[in-house]
Design a protein around this ligand. Structure first.
Ligand code: SAM
Length: 666
């Protein structure tokens, strides 16, 4: 069957209409209960946990990859929290658990907290969930509940979300309201997606015995048995799929077929900027040994500034790039909160994007018209309200505010990430990489050779200096920030303010602003010319601050400014590269036919260097893209579900330019 792979709109989801019987929520929309009023927890244990044989499977889990549970309809999370508690009770210390669940009508934080109060014995689990509960916006929200338990919330319609899932499941919780109350969900599409995303031998369990479910499961390849139901329910279904069907989605894009997972214990990451440091931390969290090799120093390149803005600029009409960055922003925000809950390395000050021209105001309006996002994530502000938010008057027509965004101390963050257990830092310059039976030889400039099972290249503009990556187009972009000590009676903005550049709130009395943007320039000397363009931008963005500084006797000239210039790397399409390194020559040959006719897609999987990965081309948005890209790569290396929808994982694939160049050459 043909899979639907169109991404649904990036939009706010509606909270369910609920009524309450004590702590038990009842859906007015579906006229059904979320869990049994008598004993919801016992029902969950019976229907989902035991019918999937989880205690036994957890206690004998032999794999390095996590055990994956997929659920339809997250609701209050009771099933998933019980599965997590069961895992903690039975699984060996090194085992990991990955939960993924769809939800079209996410509960509000308040309703979720109220519902979960019914289970005080699960309080430690519920509080971890509540602490990270995401805003109700469509997409995948990855929550690291503990170092070994991850939850992916796939917000949106179950059938759509499972068709977009890039991952495989060991046990399914087929929940969702009863088929008679919710016929739209229990479609043949659902069962086919479940089958195609199952591991061989994957099990399922469901409370219902409805004919539509039995027929749907059977047609998709599952076998089922009727087993005793919970309480007054006589029967329920449990079963499995021995030989899942092949993933039919790859017919149109065989080049993006991921390389088969291979065992890894030691991984070398090249580069200790944000891309490398977040990569190392993502791998170390999964129990791998990571050596980070850096030519200069931690954060020596584009990630070395004292302060950087965590923000994104989204296209007026949603495209794949905007979706990646938006997911990246939300992920970075949760990730920072987890890494540094006391905000020593970052601050959630919010980011205001000013519209200083009619053209930009119109662009922002087009964006708002096309995106119904929750206020908590993105809010339009008019000129009148901006003064209060920023802490000073601005000359803008309107603005977009991202309350979740803010600023980060990137170099300190890199240092913190690299101090995590499992990571060793080496000073050295990698000059070449060579494959050697199942491992990589990493040749350093000082003559030393290291070995590793796998390698991740994350050294920005140097990333295409290797024989294996030399076909990867990268553009250098010079950027200089300026800074000055604020006089005592002058304050910086209360939130990050962006127009052409950015101005974050002052830290320790120092105001930083910038950055200049000079494509195809790889110099790093601080230049007056860049200071001047930063000063111009500061005057345009925050004229009240510029005149307050001058009134206080600060001469806004390059001579009075400190600065730092660095080079960032960008790809021609301005999206990062995150994924396996393609064998470019083999791709040219295998897909040469596309040059003549883009519709004749050769049925050949893309060839990749085994165990070689890249995270690069983060440009000046690395704070929003690098942590999520690290998750993308670490998830693939460790054979886990991906944190982005399949088309977005493809969008980041380092081989995409080879294919688009072949098609363009037609
Ligand atoms: N598993 C839940 C728990 O542990 O609390 C209970 C699930 S509740 C019975 C059913 C859930 O399915 C509701 O949260 C509902 O919003 C969700 N749902 C219903 N139709 C859906 C659909 N088409 N796509 C995604 N979620 C859906």
């Amino acid at each position: 069957m043909t899979q639907r792979l169109t991404l649904p709109p990036l939009a706010a989801l509606t909270a369910p209409s609920l009524s309450w019987n004590a702590a038990s929520p009842y859906s007015e929309t579906f006229e059904d209960v979320y869990f049994s009023r008598e004993n919801g927890r016992a029902e969950t244990e019976h229907v989902f946990i035991h019918a999937n044989r989880l205690p036994d499977r957890f206690s004998h889990w032999p794999e390095a990859r996590p055990f994956v549970i997929g659920e339809t309809g997250f609701g209050t999370g009771l099933n998933m929290l019980c599965a997590w508690a069961c895992f903690e009770r039975h699984a060996p210390a090194k085992a990991r658990l990955h939960l993924l669940s769809t939800e079209k009508f996410p509960l509000t934080h308040e309703a979720l907290a109220q519902a979960l109060e019914a289970w005080p014995e699960l309080a430690s689990y519920s509080s971890a969930l509540l602490a990270q509960w995401p805003a109700a916006v469509s997409g995948i929200h990855r929550l690291h509940l503990t170092d070994r338990v991850t939850l992916d919330l796939h917000f949106g319609d179950t059938c759509e979300r499972l068709a977009l899932l890039d991952g495989q499941v060991d046990a399914w919780f087929l929940d969702g309201f009863a088929p008679s109350k919710n016929p739209d969900m229990w479609q043949p599409e659902l069962f086919h997606s479940m089958a195609a995303r199952s591991r061989p031998g994957a099990t399922f369990a469901t409370f219902t015995c409805a004919g539509v479910v039995k027929r749907g499961l059977k047609a998709a390849g599952f076998s089922w048995q009727k087993v005793p139901g919970f309480g007054r329910k006589r029967e329920m279904l449990a079963g499995q799929i021995d030989t899942p069907p092949p993933d039919g989605r790859r017919q149109q894009t065989p080049w993006f077929t991921p390389p088969a997972a291979q065992p890894a214990a030691h991984i070398v990451v090249i580069g200790a900027g944000l891309a490398g440091a977040s990569m190392a931390a993502a791998l170390a969290r999964r129990g791998l040994n990571v050596s980070v090799i850096e030519k200069q120093a931690i954060g020596a390149g584009g990630s070395g500034n004292q302060q950087g803005a965590l923000y994104v600029k989204l296209a007026a009409q949603t495209n794949d790039q905007s979706r990646v960055y938006f997911s990246g922003l939300l992920y970075s925000r949760r990730w920072l909160e987890m890494l540094d809950p006391t905000h020593q390395l970052w601050h959630n000050s919010g980011v205001v994007q000013l519209a200083l021209s009619t053209k930009e105001a119109q662009r922002q309006q087009r964006f708002l018209d096309a995106h119904a996002l929750p206020d908590g994530l993105l809010k339009a502000e008019n000129a009148g309200s901006l003064g209060g938010i920023i802490g000073m008057e601005v000359d803008a027509q309107s603005a977009l505010c991202y309350p979740q965004a803010g600023w980060v101390k990137p170099r300190k963050l890199c240092e913190h990430l690299l101090s995590q257990p499992g990571i060793t830092y080496h000073q050295g310059e990698v000059i070449s990489l060579a494959e050697s039976s199942q491992s990589w030889l990493i040749q350093l400039a000082n003559g030393e050779t290291l070995t590793a099972d796998q390698v991740v290249i994350a050294n920005a503009q140097q990333a295409n200096r290797f024989e294996q990556t030399c076909e990867l187009p990268l553009q250098t972009v010079r950027g200089q920030v300026s800074s000055l000590a604020l006089p005592e009676n002058v304050e910086g903005p209360k939130s990050v303010v962006c127009a052409g550049g950015y101005v974050p709130p002052a830290v320790d009395g120092v105001l930083t602003f910038g950055a200049s943007f000079m494509p195809n320039n790889a110099t790093t000397q601080v230049q007056d010319q860049d200071h001047l363009s930063n000063i111009d931008e500061l005057r345009r963005t925050l004229p009240a601050l510029a005149s307050a500084l001058e009134k206080a006797g600060v001469d806004l000239t390059p001579a009075n400014l400190d600065g730092r210039a660095a080079v960032r790397a960008a790809s021609p399409d301005k999206s990062p590269y995150a994924g396996p390194v393609p064998k470019a020559e083999a791709w040219q040959q295998d897909y040469a036919l596309l040059r003549k006719d883009a519709t004749r897609v050769p049925a050949v999987a893309g060839q990749h260097y085994p165990g070689l990965w890249i995270s690069a081309a983060h440009g000046s948005r690395g704070l929003a893209s690098a942590p999520l890209c690290a998750e993308v790569i670490a998830s693939r290396i460790c054979d886990e579900p991906m944190p982005l929808e399949a088309p977005l994982v493809d969008h980041l694939h380092p081989g995409r330019r080879i294919i688009s160049a072949l098609i363009r050459a037609q």
